[in-house]
Design a protein around this ligand. Structure first.
Ligand code: GLA
Length: 389
């Protein structure tokens, strides 16, 4: 379903559940990160794009005061959130992403309106495509629509990130919420996570496409390991005597090698190299130099697999298959994307080979793992939008 069809669908679901038409419809996309992995919390660069997969909400003022009722149209489950007192954590679990954002608005002094909401998400859950950031940014966009007060998109992204920290317990960086809030159709977003300066990098060459390959493996380990990686990076920066790994050079790291544990050394090597790869990839994209971008993507994967150790067997299988198809078969590059430990790969491919590549990856992946992959192509999509209201 495209965004307009989704909007119709969720409006119909709202009508069915609440017996009237919605007044507002808002959406926020998931993302795929082309390159720049585990660099955001090291003050580095990231290069994600919003994808044509969305969290979408239809809403109206509620008849009863003091509560926001959120109906999940997919799992037929509701959350009832009291908004007259400070919003706190609660159940169901998914409602915490919403609750965290509502609390963020309260902290800004916003009096929350009572709302009836129906929501749907087409961002695969636990697939490393930022389903949680999409839900958070969608919620923030709904509150903007319902209060009639837009907030600065950067502040909105930071508010959503804080919700993830405080209400979901994941000490994530700023990439996912930024791209969901600030994405632009036809563009990647080069984000300097230190200065928060953004640059839109056009990606409209019709001869290439980005394929998202979902391994359909969810690794529950994710968040604990994520926090561990963050701590290891901080340790490396401290030993190197820099504020963050953004400030360290490969040379500096080699000179300090003896002072770091072998593991911490490898973590730092990934991050320092990945920050460099990301700015190079942005140059490659600006110049439509696809083979160079592809090489950088493979190098990123190898470092995430060997040095950062956030890949898994299934992600490696996908990248191996992509590499075996190679440039001759239309694949420029491929890598795991997102936090890791499962989830998705992203591949840069020739547009006219998308069907053949999709079939080949699906068949070989199934043969090697016994699992059905879900594969789709996405153009760079727009960030959060108010569709109605
Ligand atoms: C998760 C986090 C992001 C980022 C990536 C890894 O998606 O939410 O902030 O750190 O992992 O690049």
């Amino acid at each position: 379903m495209n965004l307009q069809e989704l909007a119709h669908h969720v409006a119909a679901e709202f009508q069915k559940h609440y017996g009237r038409a919605p007044r507002w419809i808002v959406a926020a996309p998931g993302r795929v990160n082309v390159i720049g992995e585990h660099t955001d919390y090291n003050d580095g660069f990231v290069l994600p794009m919003a994808i044509e997969r969305y969290a979408i909400m239809a809403a109206d003022v509620a008849a009863a005061p003091g509560k926001i009722s959120v109906y999940d149209t997919q799992f037929k489950q509701s959350a009832l959130i009291e908004v007259t007192a400070p919003v706190s954590k609660g159940s169901p679990k998914w409602s915490n992403f919403i609750r965290g954002v509502l609390a963020g608005f309260q902290n800004r002094g916003v009096t929350l309106p009572a709302l009836d909401v129906a929501f749907l998400s087409t961002v695969p859950l636990g697939g490393g495509l930022s389903s949680s950031a999409a839900l958070e940014v969608c919620t923030a966009t709904l509150i903007e629509a319902a209060t009639g007060k837009a907030i600065d998109p950067i502040e909105k992204a930071l508010l959503a990130q804080k919700a993830e920290h405080d209400f979901a317990g994941v000490p994530c960086g700023i990439m996912d919420q930024f791209i969901s809030a600030l994405g632009r159709e036809g563009h990647l977003l080069l984000l300097d996570c230190r200065t928060r300066k953004t640059e839109l990098v056009p990606m409209s060459d019709p001869s290439v496409a980005l394929l998202v390959i979902n391994t359909n493996v969810k690794h529950e380990l994710g968040s604990g390991e994520y926090a561990k990686r963050r701590a290891e990076c901080e340790e490396a920066a401290k030993i190197l005597g820099v504020k963050s790994l953004r400030d360290a050079t490969p040379d500096q790291l080699e000179k300090a090698k003896g002072k770091l544990s072998e593991v911490v050394y490898r973590r730092a090597r990934h991050v320092i190299g990945e920050i460099e790869r990301t700015t190079h990839a942005a140059e490659g994209i600006r110049a439509s130099n696809w083979p160079t971008v592809g090489v950088l993507m493979y190098a990123s994967h190898a470092a995430l697999r060997d040095d950062y150790e956030v890949s898994c067997k299934e992600l490696d299988v996908v990248v191996d298959i992509a590499e075996s198809i190679g440039l001759a078969g239309g694949v420029y590059g491929c890598r795991m994307t997102g936090g890791g430990f499962g989830g998705c790969c992203v591949a840069l491919v020739k547009a006219d080979a998308v069907d053949a590549i999709t079939q080949k990856i699906a068949a070989d992946y199934k043969a090697k793992t016994g699992i059905d992959a879900a594969i789709f192509a996405s153009r760079p999509a727009a960030g959060a939008t108010i569709i109605k209201g």
